[in-house]
Design a protein around this ligand. Structure first.
Ligand SMILES: Nc1ncnc2c1ncn2[C@@H]1O[C@H](COP(=O)(O)OP(=O)(O)O)[C@@H](O)[C@H]1O
Ligand SMILES: [Mg+2]
Length: 420
């Protein structure tokens, strides 16, 4: 038997692939990886096929060829990156394996279709509308009200998601966001389909105030299990929304978290997600009402995997592969969660890296469990809104929630990317 991962090379997913390789060894299965531009993936998998995973028919064709050349049947298909979800759904449909349907994979990546699906089930969310021109945007603004958020219809990583506070800001930023949104998603597997459906429209949403949380769930047999909730304790009020700090367990009261759990399950049903991991963002309104920002049919990015493992003991990569293989996942959490957080850091401005300060000290700390750097001395780095991948991340634990926050501020002040 073998496990097939659809992938797009990204350093922040190395741990996921390492764990998938160990999983395959434990189960005496082969690990097959299909990826755009594979490099280090070759060290981990039994077979690596280089294919443009943005091209869904090409990916399905490559899997067909691979399946024909393998002596063992493919038992599972999985994806740890947003980009690869639609192709994984198509491959799963072709091979008759468990995964979200192609329809659900499309709805969940099409932010307007997702809003419509959530509306049909009365799930609390921001007001929204489409606009192709500034005139249409003004009409939508009259209905939605300011502040508003402008965003691409497909794509992720908070690219070109921008708050605008009034008509002047809308006029100033509409065309730039529209251009960036479509230019930025040209390599997306759903790009051609989305252009056909929306031409050059972007999505306009009512701005939701409140603390953002990120909910990691695992669905098996159609049932939603919330495995971890991370708070994003720093204010995220825009105009851009780069993720910086996550902490878990959540500090919201039990009744709010119960509602979050219900709404996450309801969102899955509304969109048609019935299996695998999901990553859902909410903003908690002042009165405690959660409103959904969005959901994705995959595990949260980069350090979320390690953070869940440290705080709950649940290994989400194993769980994803178990569910994909038709096995029951082990989602039993340790009785008391370990306060865990992660910090996604950026340079302060664009430039060439001259030194990385505080990194060695952080690495030596017994509270730091993972430190990843995605730049080195001499690298050219850019910052939001032009670049969205953080330049590194650090995952850390503490004995209490308060200590965790102090530790975050300590790391945030000591880790510095110095520029020439
Ligand atoms: N309607 C909204 N109100 C307030 N903040 C929002 C809204 N939509 C998006 N954001 C902020 O922008 C971030 C990225 O938007 P999102 O829709 O999740 O796009 P992406 O797919 O790029 O992650 C969110 O995590 C949130 O912080
Ligand atoms: Mg998001």
């Amino acid at each position: 038997m073998s496990v097939l991962l659809l992938h797009k090379s990204n350093e922040s997913r190395r741990r996921h692939l390492e764990r998938a390789a160990a999983y395959a060894r434990e189960k005496r299965e082969r690990l097959l990886v299909l990826s755009n531009n594979p490099t280090w993936e070759h060290e981990l998998a039994d077979v690596v096929v280089s294919v443009n995973t943005s091209d869904i028919p090409a990916t399905v064709g490559a899997v067909r060829d691979l399946a024909a050349s393998e002596s063992e049947p493919i038992r599972a298909v999985a994806a740890f990156r947003e980009h690869s979800v639609p192709a994984a759904a198509a491959v799963a449909a072709e091979l008759g394996l468990p995964f979200v349907s192609e329809q659900a994979a499309q709805t969940v990546r099409d932010k307007y279709a997702m809003r419509e699906a959530l509306d049909a089930e009365n799930i609390p969310q921001p007001g929204y509308g489409l606009a192709r021109t500034i005139e249409e945007a003004m009409e939508q603004a009259a209905r939605i009200g300011f502040p508003m958020v402008l965003k691409p219809l497909i794509d992720n990583d908070s690219m070109y998601v921008r708050r605008v506070d009034d008509r002047d800001e809308l006029v100033e930023h509409f065309a730039g966001i529209q251009r960036g949104a479509w230019g930025g998603s040209a390599s997306d597997p759903l790009y051609a389909w989305a252009v056909e459906k929306y031409e050059d429209a972007i999505l306009l949403e009512e701005y939701l105030p409140g603390t953002e949380i990120s909910v990691e769930s695992m669905l098996c047999d159609g049932k939603t299990n919330v495995v971890a909730v991370h708070d994003k304790p720093l204010p995220m009020e825009g105009p851009y929304f780069a993720d910086v700090c996550f902490t878990t367990p959540s500090r919201f009261p039990e009744d709010v978290l119960r509602r979050v759990h219900e709404l996450t399950a309801a969102a899955h049903r509304a969109i048609g997600i019935d299996t695998g991991a999901t990553h859902t963002a909410f903003r908690i309104q002042e009165d405690g009402t959660p409103k959904i920002v969005e959901t994705a049919a995959r595990l949260g990015g980069g350090p979320v995997y390690q953070s869940i493992l440290l705080s709950t003991g649940v290994d989400m990569v194993s769980a994803v592969l178990d569910v994909a293989s038709g096995r029951a996942p082990d989602l039993s959490a340790q009785p008391v969660p370990t306060p865990t957080g992660f910090y996604l850091f950026f340079a302060e401005r664009a430039g060439k890296v001259s030194a990385l300060t505080g990194v060695r000290d952080a690495e030596r700390s017994p509270h730091v469990h993972e430190l990843a750097l995605f730049c080195e001395v001499g690298s050219a780095v850019d910052v939001p809104p032009r670049a969205w991948q953080p330049h590194g991340h650090v995952v850390f634990t503490a004995d209490s929630g308060d200590e965790l926050r102090r530790r975050f501020y300590g790391l945030a002040s000591s880790i510095q990317i110095e520029l020439e």
